[in-house]
Design a protein around this ligand. Structure first.
Ligand code: B1M
Length: 909
C-alpha cells in the first residue's frame, strides 16, 4: 500500500486551500504569466518561486497535503493557450514544485507531507448530446488526460486527485487516463476522485451522490469525496452518505461558503472558524478521512482546520454499503430485498419485434419511451440489445442508444451483445456502472478473455452463463462445476468481487416433451441453490420465460409465474422477465398451480399433456370472466379488498362510495383499505408478488384513498399550526404520507408537503423558512428509517425546536423512543413522537399545540425514552454476545453482515 493511503487510514489528513485566490493576491504581471495571463497553470514554468511560496504558506499553516498547480493543465485546456504539446512538461514541473516544498517541510520535522497531482475537468461533458459540449467521447478524453497524469507522476505526485467533476463519465475517462499513465511511467499512485454537487445534492448532469459513489467504487477509486461548489454546510447529507456507504477513505474539500456575486466579483463568505468547525464535525461525527479547502479558502482557513481537526485517528465507519450498479443518475442495489432484481427485457431487437422495427427505423425516441415504461412498470435495470442481421452498425446503434438512455432514464443498463467491440462501445458511453450480458466457457476461455478486461476496465458487473466446451450445463452438478470454473477465473485472475458476478444457470423450455429436458427446471432450481451455497457472495439470474417457450399465452403466464416463484424461493437474485408474461402467483388457482408445479418438478410423467389440456381454449378473457364471477359474490368491502389485491382500478371509486354508505369513512380506511395494502406487502415480502404488481396495487389504493378523502370529516377553522411533511431521502413510498397530509389538512393544520425522497437538509431549511409548528416524517424501509434519527440529531445540533412526528411500516414505538435520544444520551427537547397511523398523527398534533397537554406529552415521551434506554441496556447486558465483540464485527466485515438488526426492532406496539 502507498504511504499516502497508509497514513490516511491511520490519521486524518489536511489538504491545502485555494490556489487561484492566492495567485491573484500576489498581483502578478503579464510577464510573470509568460504572456498568457489567463493561464495560471503556466506559472509552474514561468514563476515556480511564486507557487512554491503558496505551497509553503499552506504547509506552514499545518497542511499535510499540497495540491499541484495543474487543475486546468489537461491537453485540451492547454490547447486554448497554444501549450498543448507542453502538457507533460508543465505538469511535471507543477508536481516537482510542490514536491520540493513538501520534502523541505518533511525533512525539517520528520512528518511526511504529500503532493496531490490535481486534474480538473476538460470543459467537455461527454454524457451530453450537445453538439459542442458533448462533442468529445470518453475515448477522446482519455488521451487528453494521459500526458497530464504522466507529468504529475513523473514530477513526484503521491496521489492523483481528479477533482471538481461535473460529468461522472469524464471522471471515468480521467481514471482510465491515470491508469494508463501509471502503466507508461511504471509507477502506481492512488487515485482520489472528487465530485462536485450543487446545493440539491446532484452533479451538474443530474447524478446523485448514491450513483456517483456506486460508479466510483466500481471503477476502484482509492479515495472518494467532494469538493468545490458550496460550503461544507450544504455537503452534509452527501458526506454522511459517503461515510456510511463507502468502502474507501472519504474526503471533503469545500469552498469557503456558497459564492456570492458582488458586482461581478466572486466573494466567498465563510470565515475560517465556522469552516473549520463544520469540517471538524464531519471528521469526528461522520468519519471523514481528509479535509481541506477549495475556492476562497486561505492559509488562515487551513490553520483553523488543523487546529480544529488536529491529526486525529479517523472515526471507524460501517464500511461498504450494498453492492450496486448505477446509471448516469442514481444507483440500484444488485441484491434487492425482497428479491428479485428485475431486468426489463423489452429493449431487445432479438426478443421484441417492436424494438427491431424501431431500431431499423433509427427511432430512438420511441425506444426511450419503451425504456421509460419499463421503469415505470417496476424494472430495476434495463437489458439493451441492438443486434440485427439486417444492419452492420450494431456498435454505433448501441453507443447512440446507451448515450440517450443515460440522459433520460434512471435505471442502470445491462449491455447485451455477443460482440466485445459493441460491449466496449456501450461501456464507453455509459456514465454509470452497467451489467455485461454475458460470458461463458463455450469456446474455452476465449469469451472471458475478450470480455472480462472490459468488465474490469469500465467497472461493470457481469452475467455468466453456465456453458462450457461440452455445451450447456443441464444438471445441477454440471451447472455448479462450470460456475466454479468461471468464478475462479473472474475472481482470482481478474479480481472481480464475487458480488458482481451473476450466474444464469440456464432455463430450458418444458414445452417440447423431450425426455432429456423433463427435469431441466428442477436442475435449474437446484443449480441456483448449489451455486449460492458453494460460491459465497455470487448472485444468480434467469431468463424466466424461456421455461414456457412454445406454449399458449395463458399457459405460459402461469408456468412463468410458478417457475419464477420457485426460483426466488431457491435463492434467485435477478430475473429477466416481462411482467406482462407473468400472472401473479397469488392469482393462480389451486389447479393451475398444481399442474404447473407437476411440470416444473416433473412429479407426473404426463404433466405436460395435462398442463396443455388444462389450458386449451383458455384466454385472458376467460380468466377475467372467472374473476368477475368470483367478485360478484363478494360484499362491497371484499370487492374493494379484491380489487386492490388484484390490481383492478375499474370502478374502485364507486365501490368506495358504496362502502361509505354502509359504514364511516374512517372505518373503510382502517378496516378495508389498509388491510388490503398490508396483504399486498405481505405477499410481496413472501416472494409471491413481484414489484410491478405491487406498483399496480398501489395505484388502485391511491384511487381508493383519493375517493375516500371526499368523505373524511373536514373542519374549517383557523390554522392550528404548520406541519412540514416529507417521505425521507431514499424512500419513494408516499401513500401513508399523503394520508397524513389529508387527515391533518382536514383538521385545521396547514400542511407543507415536501414530497418523497427528501434530504434532511431540505427538511430543516423548509421548517425554518415556514416557521413550522412540527415536522412529520414518513419512512417505509428499514434502510431509510435511519434518516429519522439523523434528522433529529441535526435539529438538536442546530438548536432547532420542532417536534418530530414519525411513522411508516419500518418503524415502531421503540424506534421513536430511541430516536428521541441523540447519540443515545441527550433527549431532543421538543420530542419525537411515533404515530402508528395518521389519526395518531392528528391526535399528537392536537396535544402538542395545546398549552396544557403539550408539555405533559413532552414529559411523557421523555420519560418513556429514558425508561426504554435503561430497559434495553439491561437486556443488552444479559445478551450473550459482548458489545465489544459486536463492535469489532461491525468494523471489520462487510456492511450487509455487519449491521445487526437494532436490538429494539421489536413488534409494533
Ligand atoms: Co415497497 N416495501 N418497496 N413499494 N411497499 C414495503 C414498505 C415492504 C414492507 C414490503 C415487504 O417487503 N413486505 C418493503 C420494506 C422492507 C423493509 O425495508 N424491511 C418494501 C420494499 C423492499 C420496497 C422496495 C425496496 C422493493 C424493490 O425495489 N425491491 C422498493 C423501494 C423503493 C424506494 O423507496 N426506494 C419498494 C417500492 C414500492 C412501490 C413503488 C412499488 C410501492 C410504493 C408506491 C407509493 O407509495 N407511491 C410500494 C408499496 C405500495 C409497498 C407496500 C406494499 C405498501 C405501502 C403502503 O402504501 N401502505 C409496503 C408493505 C407494507 O407497508 N406492509 C411495502 C399503506 C400506507 C397507508 O401505510 O405508509 O405505513 P403506511 O402509512 C401508515 C402509517 O405507517 C402511518 O400512517 C399511515 C396510515 O394511516 N404513517 C405516518 C406513515 N407515515 C407517517 C408519518 C406521520 C404519521 C403517521 O407523521 C406525521
Amino acid at each position: 500500500m502507498s504511504l499516502y493511503l497508509d497514513t490516511l487510514r491511520r490519521r486524518v489528513l489536511v489538504f491545502d486551500g485555494g490556489m487561484g485566490t492566492q495567485v491573484q493576491a500576489r498581483e502578478l504581471s503579464s510577464e510573470d504569466f509568460g504572456g498568457k495571463p489567463s493561464c495560471i497553470d503556466y506559472l509552474s514554468l514561468t514563476r515556480p518561486d511564486v507557487l512554491e511560496s503558496i505551497h509553503a504558506a499552506y504547509l506552514e499553516a499545518g497542511a499535510d497535503v499540497v495540491e499541484t498547480n495543474s487543475f486546468q493543465a489537461s491537453r485540451l485546456r492547454l490547447e486554448e493557450h497554444g501549450l498543448a504539446d507542453r502538457t507533460q512538461e508543465l505538469n511535471r514541473a507543477a508536481a516537482a514544485n510542490a514536491r520540493r516544498v513538501a520534502d523541505r517541510f518533511a525533512t525539517a520535522d520528520g512528518r511526511p507531507r504529500f503532493v496531490a497531482g490535481s486534474m480538473g475537468p476538460s470543459g467537455f461533458l461527454p454524457s451530453e448530446e450537445d453538439p459542442d459540449l458533448g462533442r468529445l467521447a470518453l475515448a477522446d478524453l482519455v488521451p487528453a488526460f494521459v500526458p497530464q497524469a504522466q507529468g504529475l507522476i513523473e514530477g513526484g505526485a503521491d496521489v492523483l486527485i481528479l477533482e471538481t467533476c461535473q460529468d461522472i463519465l469524464e471522471m471515468k475517462a480521467q481514471i482510465l487516463a491515470a491508469r494508463e499513465a501509471m502503466r507508461l511511467t511504471g509507477r502506481t499512485v492512488p487515485i482520489q476522485c472528487s465530485i462536485t454537487l450543487d446545493p440539491t445534492g446532484r452533479m451538474l448532469l443530474g447524478t446523485d451522490f448514491r450513483g456517483a459513489l456506486a460508479t466510483l467504487e466500481a471503477m476502484r477509486a482509492d479515495v472518494i469525496g467532494l469538493n468545490c461548489s458550496t460550503g461544507p454546510d450544504l455537503m452534509r447529507d452527501a458526506v454522511r452518505y459517503l461515510c456510511e456507504n463507502a468502502s474507501v477513505p472519504v474526503h471533503c474539500i469545500p469552498n469557503a461558503g456558497l459564492p456570492i456575486n458582488d458586482g461581478g466579483r466572486t466573494l466567498y463568505p465563510m470565515t475560517p472558524a465556522p469552516f473549520a468547525e463544520t469540517l471538524r464535525e464531519f471528521v469526528l461525527d461522520l468519519g471523514v478521512n481528509a479535509v481541506g479547502g477549495c475556492c476562497g479558502t486561505t492559509p488562515e482557513h487551513i490553520r483553523a482546520l488543523v487546529a480544529a481537526v488536529g491529526r486525529v485517528a479517523p472515526r471507524p465507519r460501517p464500511g461498504r454499503g450494498p453492492w450496486c450498479v448505477s446509471s448516469g443518475m442514481t444507483a440500484v442495489a444488485l441484491k434487492q430485498e425482497p428479491a428479485p432484481l428485475l431486468i426489463g427485457e423489452r429493449l431487445n431487437t432479438q426478443g421484441s419485434r417492436r424494438i427491431k422495427r424501431l431500431a431499423l427505423e433509427d427511432n430512438y425516441q420511441e425506444m426511450i419511451e419503451v425504456a421509460r415504461s419499463q421503469v415505470e412498470g417496476g424494472a430495476h435495470v434495463l437489458d439493451v440489445c441492438m443486434a440485427l442481421t439486417e444492419r452492420t452498425d450494431e456498435r454505433e446503434m448501441m453507443r447512440t442508444l446507451v448515450k440517450k438512455l443515460s440522459r433520460s432514464v434512471e435505471a442502470p443498463l445491462c449491455i447485451d451483445s455477443t460482440e466485445p467491440a459493441v460491449i466496449e462501445a456501450a461501456l464507453q458511453a455509459c456514465p454509470g456502472s452497467a451489467i455485461v450480458n454475458s460470458i461463458n466457457l463455450e469456446n474455452g476461455r476465449e469469451r472471458i478473455e475478450a470480455v472480462m478486461p472490459l468488465v474490469v476496465r469500465y467497472g461493470a458487473a457481469v452475467i455468466a452463463l453456465t456453458i462450457d466446451e461440452a455445451g450447456m450445463a443441464k444438471t445441477a452438478q454440471r451447472k455448479l462445476d462450470v460456475a466454479r470454473r468461471i468464478h475462479d477465473i473472474c475472481t482470482r485472475e481478474y479480481g472481480l468481487p464475487p458480488e458482481r458476478l451473476i450466474f444464469d444457470d440456464l432455463t430450458f423450455t418444458l414445452a417440447t416433451g423431450d425426455a432429456e429436458f423433463a427435469t431441466s427446471a428442477v436442475e435449474t432450481l437446484e443449480g441456483i441453490r448449489a451455486i449460492k451455497r458453494e460460491l459465497p457472495g455470487v448472485l444468480t439470474s434467469l431468463g424466466v420465460s424461456n421455461v414456457s417457450f412454445g406454449l399458449g399465452k395463458e399457459a405460459r403466464a402461469v408456468l412463468n409465474s410458478v417457475f419464477l416463484y420457485h426460483g426466488v424461493q431457491a435463492g434467485l437474485d435477478a430475473a429477466i422477465v416481462n411482467p406482462a408474461d407473468v400472472i401473479p402467483y397469488p392469482d393462480l388457482s389451486a389447479d393451475d398451480r398444481r399442474l404447473a408445479e407437476d411440470l416444473v418438478f416433473h412429479r407426473d410423467p404426463d404433466a405436460l399433456a395435462k398442463f396443455i389440456q388444462h389450458f386449451e381454449g383458455r384466454t385472458a378473457d376467460t380468466r377475467a370472466r372467472e374473476e368477475d364471477a368470483a367478485e360478484a359474490a363478494m360484499t362491497v368491502e371484499q370487492r374493494i379488498h379484491f380489487q386492490i389485491l388484484h390490481r383492478r382500478p375499474a370502478g374502485i371509486e364507486t365501490l368506495v362510495d358504496e362502502a361509505v354508505r354502509r359504514r364511516p369513512a374512517v372505518e373503510v380506511l382502517n378496516d378495508v383499505l389498509l388491510p388490503a395494502m398490508k396483504e399486498v406487502g405481505d405477499k410481496f415480502g413472501a416472494g409471491e408478488l413481484i414489484l410491478p404488481f405491487v406498483l399496480q396495487s398501489a395505484e388502485v389504493m391511491k384511487k381508493a384513498v383519493a375517493q375516500l378523502e371526499h368523505y373524511l370529516e373536514r373542519r374549517e377553522e383557523a390554522s392550528k399550526g404548520r406541519v412540514v411533511l416529507a417521505t425521507v431521502f431514499g424512500d419513494v413510498h408516499d401513500i401513508g404520507k399523503n394520508l397524513v397530509k389529508t387527515i391533518l389538512g382536514n383538521n385545521g393544520y396547514e400542511v407543507f408537503d415536501l414530497g418523497k425522497q427528501v434530504p434532511v437538509q431540505r427538511i430543516l431549511d423548509e421548517a425554518q423558512r415556514l416557521d413550522a409548528t412540527a415536522i412529520g416524517l414518513s419512512a417505509l424501509l428499514v434502510s431509510t428509517s435511519r434518516q429519522m434519527p439523523v434528522c433529529v440529531a441535526e435539529l438538536h445540533r442546530l438548536g432547532l425546536r420542532y417536534p418530530v412526528l414519525i411513522g411508516g411500516a419500518a418503524i415502531n414505538r421503540n424506534f421513536g423512543r430511541r430516536a428521541a435520544l441523540v447519540d443515545g444520551e441527550a433527549f431532543y427537547a421538543p420530542g419525537v413522537y411515533y404515530c402508528k397511523d395518521a389519526f395518531e398523527g392528528l391526535d399528537t398534533m392536537n396535544q402538542l399545540v395545546d398549552p396544557v397537554e403539550g408539555p405533559k406529552l413532552v414529559e411523557r415521551v421523555k420519560r418513556e425514552a429514558f425508561e426504554f434506554k435503561s430497559r434495553s441496556a439491561e437486556l443488552e447486558q444479559r445478551a450473550a454476545v459482548s458489545s465489544a465483540q459486536q463492535q469489532d464485527f461491525r468494523i471489520t466485515v462487510s456492511r450487509e453482515h455487519a449491521i445487526p438488526a437494532p436490538p429494539f426492532w421489536g413488534a409494533r406496539t
